[in-house]
Design a protein around this ligand. Structure first.
Ligand code: AMP
Ligand code: MG
Length: 527
């Protein structure tokens, strides 16, 4: 990909250019007096009250010239924040220059299996949790700055983030939300006015994300690895209170917790597959306990359907390929089971037996979620034994005929309501005539399904998006922002992706797969 080909001197040039254009809008509050700190919300920082080994208090490092690229106003409203004051002070707050009243900034400790290798202490090396707020729906949400400077977990890292990955996470996490898939949200993006040194010097940015919580499989692994059974129990109790309160009264709440986390992850990963999403770095530190998608690094969406698709430059062996994701999910959850063992049963053999039964069940859970979702995608409201085979043969045909994943299902939705849409559907396949046999079988099956065609088409359009964050569009938006300080493509993408299931005639071009010369073959990590 053409991701930010800036040399240091070009960056400085870009910097001068962009800054001279932006300067009138800058809100520089680097030396804001602490007593004037705005009351951002009613922080209630429950994580900061957990045992001290769970985190390290950490004040963000000031940046030179913060400039607010984007504030997600609807989300700010939902969180109960004062949008007017954020328009005014957002650059300072979301860069870390101004710590709002009530925040207790901290970095969380966690471990993780990275590409299968265990690292006993990772932690937030560049993320700082400002605190928690209770949103308008009564849900507790974390507000975290990513790229806010070094922390005690930074190791050799600079604690910073580059603009490109910040925009990617902004776009893709909001797109996932609009698609109806659990994901962390984007609250703001800020330019720091400083360069970050990667292979070249890139414009620095800070991303503000909102999560149900940032507790990961790796958070449990961290406590388990230090032999801290009391801490593991405290974390499990906290997680039950925060994310699974209905399990408080279960016969064995910890076993029920393990089962519930497996269930949410099975449901989540099935949803990923159904929109062609590839996370890219499914390390155990990038898997939440809440069931939200987190850490959008080199993530990308499949265009032409191939189950072994990999985009991430660091995933050289395809560990996190599209079709490997359910299996990797299970592998990660097995590591969670190991960390929870002391809580599952006082008798270790029995604990292992229980955990094994649950992890084995994950396979069936995943399959059931996936099959149901795929039935929805091809428009079936009823279930028959042959459905799995019907779905698999469509996928096999798509693969053999290099069909675009998203267009195939969207056009199948049109075809469900209107027979004249067959040419458009078939043209998605390299050899259009190859679809005839499958379509005949599909129509036979539909004849035994209770729904009428118009209703079916409507239902299918609600699960088969017209718009996904296609990689070439994401790259174009990043490139324009990084090279020219032009955020118009970023804004346009956010607009179109906010309604992925609706026809948006003005944005028809955003439905199209990349032309051969636009194809993105590799995406790079956020670091
Ligand atoms: P990630 O690949 O973003 O999930 O990060 C894996 C680990 O590396 C986490 O512990 C991060 O906090 C840490 N990390 C990533 N980038 C940086 C950075 N620029 N500075 C310090 N730590 C980092
Ligand atoms: Mg991570």
């Amino acid at each position: 990909m053409h991701f930010i080909a800036l040399r240091e001197e070009t960056f400085c040039h870009w910097n001068r250019l962009a800054w001279s254009r932006l300067r009138p809008y800058l809100i520089v509050m680097t030396s804001a007096p602490q007593k004037n700190r705005p009351d951002m919300a009613f922080f209630d920082n429950s994580y900061a009250r957990l045992p001290p080994q769970f985190f390290a208090a950490q004040v963000p490092t000031q940046v030179a010239e913060p400039w607010l690229i984007k504030l997600n106003e609807p989300l700010a409203e939902e969180l109960g924040l004062d949008v007017d004051s954020l328009r005014r002070d957002g650059a300072a707050i979301f860069s870390g220059n101004l710590v709002p009243e009530g925040a207790e900034p901290l970095s969380m400790a966690y471990a993780g299996h990275q590409f299968g290798h265990f690292v006993p202490l990772l932690g937030d090396g560049r993320a700082i949790l400002l605190g928690e707020v209770i949103d308008r729906n009564g849900n507790r949400r974390d507000i975290q700055l990513k790229g806010a400077g070094q922390t005690s977990f930074s190791r050799r890292g600079d604690g910073r983030a580059a603009l490109g990955p910040v925009l990617r996470e902004y776009i893709v996490s909001e797109a996932m939300y609009a698609l109806g898939i659990p994901a962390t949200r984007a609250l703001a993006a800020v330019l720091t006015g400083e360069g970050v040194r990667r292979e070249e010097v890139l414009p620095g940015a800070v991303f503000t994300r909102v999560a149900a919580s940032h507790i990961r499989v790796g958070t449990f692994q961290y406590l388990a690895a230090t032999g801290d059974e009391e801490g593991t129990k405290a974390l499990a109790d906290y997680v039950i209170e925060r994310h699974y309160p209905e399990l408080r009264t279960a016969e064995n709440p910890y076993l029920a917790l393990y089962e519930a986390v497996c269930d949410r992850q099975a449901a989540l990963i099935a949803r990923w597959l159904q929109v062609g999403f590839i996370h890219g770095v499914m390390n155990t530190d990038n898997m939440t306990i809440s069931g939200e998608t987190i850490d959008f690094g080199p993530c990308a969406f499949v265009d032409t359907y191939d189950p072994m698709t990999v985009f991430s430059s660091i995933d050289q062996h395809g560990r996190y390929a599209y079709a490997n994701q359910p299996g990797i999910g299970q592998w990660n959850l097995a590591r969670l089971g190991e960390a929870l063992l002391p809580l599952l049963d006082a008798d270790r053999d029995k604990a292992i037996e229980h955990a094994n039964a649950i992890i084995k069940d994950y396979g069936q859970r995943f399959h059931a979620y996936w099959l149901q979702g795929m039935r929805d995608k091809i428009g079936l409201a009823s279930a028959e034994d042959g459905d799995l085979e019907l779905i698999q043969s469509l996928l096999a045909l798509m693969q053999a005929e290099s069909a675009d994943f998203t267009l195939t299902f969207r056009r199948l939705s049109y075809l469900a309501g209107n027979d004249t849409a067959e040419t458009a559907f078939a043209s998605t396949f390299r050899e259009p005539a190859s679809t005839a046999e499958w379509l005949a079988r599909w129509r036979d099956r539909l004849a035994r399904d209770p729904r009428v065609p118009t209703e079916r088409a409507v239902a299918m359009k609600q699960v088969n998006p017209a718009f996904i964050p296609r990689n070439h569009r994401v790259e174009q938006a990043i490139e324009a922002a990084v090279e020219d300080g032009d955020f118009s493509l970023f804004e346009a993408l956010l607009t179109v992706l906010s309604k992925p299931y609706e026809e948006q005639p003005g944005f028809a071009a955003y439905m199209e797969p990349p032309k051969p010369e636009e194809r993105v073959l590799q995406t790079f990590c956020g670091t």
